[in-house]
Design a protein around this ligand. Structure first.
Ligand SMILES: [Zn+2]
Length: 350
């Protein structure tokens, strides 16, 4: 018997609609609540098939034009990073940077936390979402984990790390060149702290770990389930905090210090597959964060957890996908029901 309950409720809205000749229209709204955080998202089936209202399709001509217009000024391209990117002090990172295959890690020039590294993901300046291979991502996550371990060895007072991505300007990136960012801080971010606090409360209430219960419940119910990839489990979010949210949990790993090569390749494979599915849905921009429990502590209540969402597409006359509903009310609108997303995406995971 699952201890997790997926709460939702329906509301009916009636009004005379000009697009139905002034007749009385009745629309049903479903409000969903995340079982851990209580985060709400809203699904209005009347929006079904009208996603381009909110997410105009990617304009690939515009995307290619922006790529070629920005390549000359890119500080990463053509090996320019060797001369232009910052370096860490030798005692933290001998050589100042980490390199593997086509990826290179260096400090962010304007850090936002005690440790803030950038990983250039490949030499190519512009990519569409079908061009993130598992091996490229695996190298990027591999140097990220190595950096995190070295930081923690030197500075055990800084245990809260996340691996993050801003891909393309609509996702908040200031540059087109693919990259990810690692943040490390003595204190967790607001959302990270909430996840840790709520996970502890769940353990105290139920005697078990929310994240392993969640994986088991999603696997058994199947409507949002994607796949087990290695020792990570992938599914779509019941009450997403962003568009088309895909989640992954590492049921045996509470923090990044416990990760092995297989955990890194599982993350790379899952992100690569989900991005390929986004690409086929004509999306071109995304954010993700992979959360870890505090390094060096095996918390019984927490497991490593990744959220991946797509953002507004690359097209002229850009409109952000965050409005007051997300930014200030902290709710989210669901345009593709998570169960439909899982069936769209599932074929990439099987
Ligand atoms: Zn570039």
């Amino acid at each position: 018997m699952s201890k997790i309950s997926f709460t939702s409720w329906k509301q009916v809205v009636e009004f005379h609609s000009p697009i139905k000749n002034g007749e009385l229209d009745s629309q049903s709204i479903e409000v969903r609540q995340d079982p851990l955080t209580g985060h709400q998202s809203v699904l209005n089936q009347a929006l079904h098939g009208k996603i381009t209202f909110a997410f105009p399709e990617t304009d690939y001509d515009y995307l290619r034009r922006r790529m070629s217009e920005t390549v000359d000024q890119c500080f990463m391209c053509g090996g320019k990073w060797r001369a232009t990117s910052p370096r860490y002090p030798e005692q933290l990172l001998p050589g100042g940077r980490l390199q593997k295959g086509e990826v290179v890690l260096f400090p962010n020039l304007f850090p936002l936390s005690a440790y803030h590294a950038v990983v250039m993901v490949g030499e190519k300046h512009g990519r569409t979402l079908d061009e993130f291979s598992p091996s490229l991502l695996s190298d990027a996550f591999s140097v990220s984990l190595e950096f995190i371990r070295r930081c923690f060895e030197k500075d055990p007072q800084t245990p809260y790390f996340t691996i993050n991505a801003n891909f393309m300007p609509p996702a908040g990136s200031s540059i087109m060149h693919p990259h990810i960012q690692i943040l490390g801080s003595p204190l967790p971010s607001t959302h990270h702290r909430m996840l840790l606090e709520k996970s502890l409360a769940y353990l105290r209430d139920t005697g078990s770990c929310y994240w392993t219960d969640l994986v088991q419940t999603e696997r058994e119910s199947g409507t949002r389930w994607l796949a087990d990839l290695g020792k990570s489990s992938w599914f779509t979010a019941f009450s997403p905090i962003g568009s088309n949210e895909v989640d992954a949990v590492w049921p045996e790993k509470s923090n990044f210090c416990e990760w092995e090569e297989a955990d890194i390749s599982a993350m790379a494979l899952g992100v690569s597959r989900a991005l390929l599915a986004y690409h086929e849905m004509k999306f071109s921009s995304f954010n993700f964060t992979c959360f870890s429990g505090p390094l060096g502590k095996t918390l019984p209540e927490f497991r490593c957890f990744l959220r991946l969402v797509n953002r507004q597409n690359m097209h002229p006359h850009y409109r952000t996908d965050d409005f007051y509903l997300q930014k200030l009310l902290k709710d989210e609108i669901i345009l593709t029901p998570p169960e439909d997303l899982a069936s769209l995406m599932g074929k990439k995971f099987r």
